[in-house]
Every structure is written in structure tokens, then in C-alpha cells.
Design a binder for this molecule. Sequence first.
Ligand code: NAD
Length: 268
Amino acid sequence: MIKVGVVGAAGRMGRNIIASIDDTEGVELGGGTESAGHPDLGRDLGELAGLAKKNVALTDDVNALVDACDVIIDFTLPEVSMATLKAVAAKNKAVVFGTTGFSAGQKREIEQAAKSIRCVLAPNMSIGVNVLFKIAGEVARVLGDAYDVEIVEAHHKFKKDAPSGTAVRISEIVADALERNLDEVGVYGRKGFSDGRGEKEIGVHTLRAGDIIGEHRVMFGGMGETLELSHRAQSRQTFARGSVRAAQWVVSQPPGLYDMQDVLGLRD
Ligand code: NAD
């Protein structure tokens, strides 16, 4: 039985991850943490996730959580995940990060740590979005420079980072496929007058409203036609199930930095 710990256990994703662990054979909940002073500290994790009592209490001790578990799932904030990384590296355990919004420096720290620990880092754990990642690059390559690429994402009003980690990943994939430097061609929203769209621009646009779980659209606009790829998440369970699948997979891998393309066997 693989013991899984959840950092950010009382969060929107944390509660869904606890429910997914409960639903999956071969894994059991080893514990969960929240920030110091969180009002739910001490509460039963099962009850917190709307399930029967699990007799495991929510704590704020990430080191004890890492000690008690084989693998940690962390969907929180970049600075919280960096502290989880340190705790996991000190004990040579495995970790799955769903957190988005890491800086380039934080990503480098994760890459460095993953030379000696097993780590999955993926901005979107759903199967559909990972298939979208795979085909977006192929479509961009086939259509080439004659088609303008615009990426639109929509999320709930509480989301902290923008654009979404998923939209960032799509823009990186399309830029790679078209051999463009995203730092030079990425355009994040537009306003005012210009001479029109730059030929090689990759537009990325963010919408925030209500309780939208996650929507992504990649538009390839040509003269006389538009091709669109789109994905809509109807439930957080799709991300939670993906993260538990990643946790089960990564415990038996050699040290390294993986993403969902590896977990799902989608890598070429
Ligand atoms: P949320 O705010 O509901 O949950 C985050 C939780 O982390 C909160 O409960 C917060 O109290 C907790 N937290 C803060 N400091 C902590 C600490 N020191 N120790 C432990 N817990 C701490 O947010 P959410 O909607 O669950 O999203 C969390 C992250 O996951 C975001 O970065 C979001 O973009 C990302 N996300 C990723 C995917 C994916 O598939 N990879 C899917 C959905 C969301």
C-alpha cells in the first residue's frame, strides 16, 4: 500500500485529492497539512473532504508528513511547494507538484533537486489537457507561420496566478513547434492602437469569472478559416485523479523530473 500525504489538504484541490485517494486501490492517506494557524487544523481529513471519518488529523507539520508517507501531493503556492521540496529531498521521498506560477528560478531549483529525488511537476493533470499539449504542437507545426496562434484561458475568480500554468505550457509548446522565442513573441492581452497583429505573435489571454474550473482554447487563425482546439474541465476530480495516478507511478521510477506526458505514456 502506497502512503500518500497531501500538502494544502483543506484547499479546493486538497479536498478532491483526499477523495481520490479514498477512491483508488493500492493507495492510502498518510496525512495532510495546512498553513500554521489555519482554522481547520486538528480536524479529521475524511470529514474535511466530505467522507467518513479517517482518524487522521490535519496538521501544519510538513516534515512529519514526509516522514509518514511514501509520496507527497502538493497543490498550493510556489513558496509552499519550495518548502515541501526541501522536506522531501531531505528524506529522499517522492513528490507530485500540481502548483502553478513557479518562477524560472524556482523551476531551476526543482530541476536541481530532481537529480536525486523522484518528482512529477505538471501544470495540468487531466488526461484531456495532456492530449491537447501533444496535439497543439503538431497542429502548429503543420499549419506553420501562415496561421496566427491565440490562446484563451478562463478560470474561477479566486485563482491567484495569470495566465494559467496550462496556458503558459501551451504557449511554450507552440513557440517550440514554430521555432520562436516566447519571450520575444508572447503578447499578454491587447489594448489601444497598433499597426495590427505582429506576424509571429503568440497571444495569451486570461479571463477570470465566477467558479469556472478551467477552460483552454487554442485558436489557429488563417485567411478564410480558423481551427480551434479546446478543453473544458467540468470537475476538479479530473486533476485529483491525475495527481493520484502520478503519485502511484512516480514511486517506482528512478530519480528525475517528470510530467504528465511521462505518467500517461504520451511522450514520443
Ligand atoms: P486553494 O487556495 O483552494 O488551495 C491551496 C491550499 O494551500 C489552501 O488551502 C492554503 O491554505 C494551503 N496552504 C497555504 N500555505 C500552506 C502551507 N504553508 N502548508 C500547507 N498548505 C498551505 O487553491 P487550489 O484551487 O486548490 O489550487 C492550488 C494550486 O493548484 C494552484 O497553484 C492552482 O493553479 C493549481 N492547480 C493545478 C492543477 C493541475 O492539474 N496541476 C489543477 C487545479 C489547480
